[in-house]
Design a binder for this molecule. Structure first.
Ligand code: 4FV
Length: 245
């Protein structure tokens, strides 16, 4: 899986990419990450990437030219690239989009903004997708790019230890994850739920499903509208409602 990042702060990425799971994935060539300095694709001697906003107003706007020439120079084959512009106005990133992107054959090319915004012509005529990681305003698109690369890379086959761990986790079922415990069995008087110590696999699976549903009802009920619940889930939901009544 190939990731290409276009930014005015290329040094931001190494520290994060060269630790843990992502570091190993790079070493095993399961993923490839190129980081490019947008200023290398400017035309003027000041290597300027921003200018004053037409129509006035505060802050500066990033020029279209450097982004277009960076993408067209680095990834001339349009069929081999998927250009993702990070902005608060984009489609909200979530696990479903992460799974979809993890199946991409094309290089994922991330356009990282700074200043007030990026000239709209980049979004309308260069980017294939405009993506937001959340309804808040950051100082730059670099961290959103890292968030997406992290969430997508870990879904690439072989990146996470044993294969199935990505399948059974938060949101992979469209609901929140079940509570996890490890040793000691009692900590500060807080005991691990009996079921998990029982060794009864069937009970453990049911307990975990029920806890995941209970947690979702409490903390993210809107997720339940988007997911289809099995007969068994509906039975567990009735139990949860009775128990909380
Ligand atoms: C953002 C977000 C974000 C806006 C102005 C960078 C900043 C500055 N990107 N999801 N939320 N971008 O806040 O993706 O250029």
């Amino acid at each position: 899986m190939k990731f290409s990042i276009i930014t005015i702060f290329p040094a931001i990425f190494d520290p994060y990419l060269n630790e843990g799971v992502l570091k190993r994935a790079l070493q095993k060539r399961l993923i490839e990450v190129e980081v490019h300095n947008l200023r290398d694709y400017t035309q003027d001697k000041h290597r300027s990437v921003d200018d004053y906003p037409y129509g006035g107003g505060s802050g500066m706007v990033m020029k279209p030219g450097p982004f277009f020439s960076a993408v067209e120079t680095l990834h001339p084959d349009a069929a081999g690239r998927r250009v993702i512009m990070l902005s608060p106005a984009g489609k909200k990133f979530d696990q479903e989009m992460a799974v979809e992107l993890s199946k991409e054959e094309r290089s994922l090319v991330f356009l990282c903004g700074r200043y007030e915004a990026i000239d709209e012509r980049v979004s309308t005529s260069l980017a294939d997708d405009e993506v937001s990681i959340g309804d808040y305003v950051l100082t730059g698109g670099e961290m959103p790019a890292l968030v997406i690369i992290d969430a997508v890379a870990r879904l690439v086959s072989g990146v996470l230890g044993d294969e199935h761990s990505a399948e059974i986790e938060s949101f992979s079922w469209g609901i929140l994850d079940y509570p996890h415990y490890t040793r000691p069995p009692v900590y500060k008087g807080l005991a691990v739920p009996e079921t998990l110590l029982s060794g009864n696999h069937k009970d453990i699976v049911q307990w975990r499903r029920k806890q995941a549903l209970r947690r979702t009802v409490k903390q993210r009920p809107e997720l339940l509208e988007k997911t289809t619940l099995s007969e068994e889930d509906q039975r567990l939901m009735r139990e949860i409602k009775e128990e909380s009544a």
